[in-house]
Design a binder for this molecule. Structure first.
Ligand SMILES: CC(C)(COP(=O)(O)OP(=O)(O)OC[C@H]1O[C@@H](n2cnc3c(N)ncnc32)[C@H](O)[C@@H]1OP(=O)(O)O)[C@@H](O)C(=O)NCCC(=O)NCCS
Length: 159
């Protein structure tokens, strides 16, 4: 498995993968819109023998400063539960840290994301439309981001 940056030649395969993994094209359209807006900071594919088997994107949040949203993460149904999702998430976090990102927020299954260091506790002081036990964060630096509302691209509201 090769985890690498997405390239324009992957876009059709990414769209297909997201539609298959989520059972609808909402996330595929979300990614197309975020890309068109220039709001994707990091987008990685898991390339297995030349096929796009997984995808993870970090998009830019409008607030707090230097914060990112992890979404979507998807692995082709036939390749799930083999560590592909974990490898993608770990690599997106590694790259976000290297790029001196401040915080990464995610909305998802607490049990799954806890293994990467995300917690609802870390997100609690940040106001969000998504507040609750599924709304989690991880601080990438020792200095936490100032408590500020977490504002996603308006494209998420269209999902
Ligand atoms: C969630 C997802 C990305 C995980 O990818 P993956 O490659 O299967 O994950 P990994 O192999 O790294 O980890 C597997 C472990 O994660 C856990 N896991 C996987 N999917 C999970 C889910 N939806 N909820 C909770 N735990 C989950 C399981 O405990 C599994 O461990 P097990 O095989 O020992 O039971 C993948 O299942 C997927 O694409 N799902 C559909 C889209 C989606 O819901 N994306 C997340 C929201 S953005």
């Amino acid at each position: 498995m090769n985890i690498r940056n997405e390239q324009a030649g992957d876009y059709v395969a990414i769209r297909r993968l997201l539609t298959e993994a989520f059972g609808g094209d909402g996330e595929a359209k979300l990614v197309d819109s975020l890309r068109a807006d220039g709001d994707i900071a990091i987008a990685l594919v898991a390339d297995i023998e030349g096929e796009v088997a997984g995808y993870a994107a970090l998009s830019v949040l409008k607030s707090p400063p230097r914060s990112l949203a992890l979404a979507p993460v998807a692995v082709a149904p036939a390749q799930q539960r083999q560590g592909v999702g974990s490898a993608l998430i770990e690599e997106t976090l590694r790259r976000a840290r290297a790029a001196e990102g401040g915080m990464v927020f995610v909305v998802g299954d607490p049990e799954y994301y806890a293994r990467f260091g995300f917690s609802a506790d870390a997100a609690r002081s940040f106001d969000s439309l998504y507040a609750g036990e599924h709304f989690m964060a991880i601080a990438l630096t020792e200095t936490p981001a100032p408590a500020a509302p977490v504002l996603y691209s308006r494209r998420f509201a269209e999902l």
